[in-house]
Design a protein around this ligand. Structure first.
Ligand code: PEP
Length: 249
């Protein structure tokens, strides 16, 4: 049995009241499984509720969807790493494709956020992935390597071993069109090669992009995947409990 991480990105859904009800249902349907973790990335307003509602389970973890790199000050609307930690976060997404392509986050921004996460004891989950036109132009690996180097290039191998990478092709996120398991595995191998060259061959690499109950088993059958990062299919606690229990062959 290999260790697997199932990460739920709720995006801009599920407020604090709904989060309480969600966790009640999820917890009634999902008992701990050996070598399996379920992480939750709720919106900032629900972080404390989710952190408190999962604190007693070592296989659960609550994280922030984003942090700003400055520790405090006049940055209206932003959440700093120390504030996320105070609300109970132990990890944070960084460089999610919606942050990059809706809010204009750059590779330099992701590097600052990774540094802020580490300074505050948060595990960074760095999201990387190409747009459709980049894939069609044969640039997938270039783009992914640029994003990896941009965010993580300056880290020593101990820090790199603590990062989690989520490979999420932009064209597969929220579109219902997921990469084939073989496509995903091929890019995972390139990411693994990049990590190995940096001396961090065991860093966890997840796949994300329209993962759902129908396709998750086939994805998990790819040994290159250490788990999945899931948006839409994590919003219903019953379906998410089922997904997290999917057997991996
Ligand atoms: C995501 O938000 O990281 C994601 C993969 O979304 P979805 O599963 O909805 O494609």
């Amino acid at each position: 049995m290999r260790p697997l991480l199932f990460a739920a990105n709720w995006k801009m859904n599920i407020g604090p009241k709904e989060a309480r009800a969600y966790l009640k249902t999820f917890r009634s349907l999902y008992q701990p499984h050996a070598e399996r973790e379920a992480w939750f990335f709720p919106p900032a307003v629900s972080l404390e509720v989710v952190a408190e509602g999962t604190a007693d389970r070592s296989d659960f973890l609550a994280g922030a969807q984003d942090i700003y790199w400055e520790p405090k000050g006049a940055f209206t609307g932003a959440t700093s790493a120390p504030l996320a930690v105070q609300a109970g976060a132990r990890a944070t997404l960084i460089g999610h494709s919606e942050r990059r392509h809706v809010f204009g986050e750059t590779d330099e921004d992701t590097q600052r956020k990774v540094a802020a996460a580490f300074s505050n004891g948060l595990t960074p989950m760095l999201c990387v992935g190409e747009k459709l036109e980049q894939r069609d132009a044969g640039k997938t690996i270039d783009v992914v390597q640029r994003q990896l180097t941009g965010a993580l290039g300056g880290l020593d191998r101990e820090a790199l071993a603590r990062v989690i990478i989520a490979y999420e092709p932009v064209w597969a996120i929220g579109t219902g069109r997921n990469a084939t398991p073989q496509d995903a595995a091929a890019v995972h191998r390139e990411i693994r090669d990049w990590l190995t060259r940096q001396g961090a061959a065991r860093t966890r690499v997840l796949y994300g992009g329209s993962v759902n109950l129908k396709n998750v088993a086939e994805l998990l059958a790819q040994r290159e995947l250490d788990g999945v990062l899931v948006g839409g299919a994590s919003l219903d606690p019953t379906a998410w409990a089922q997904l997290v229990q999917t057997p991996a062959n």
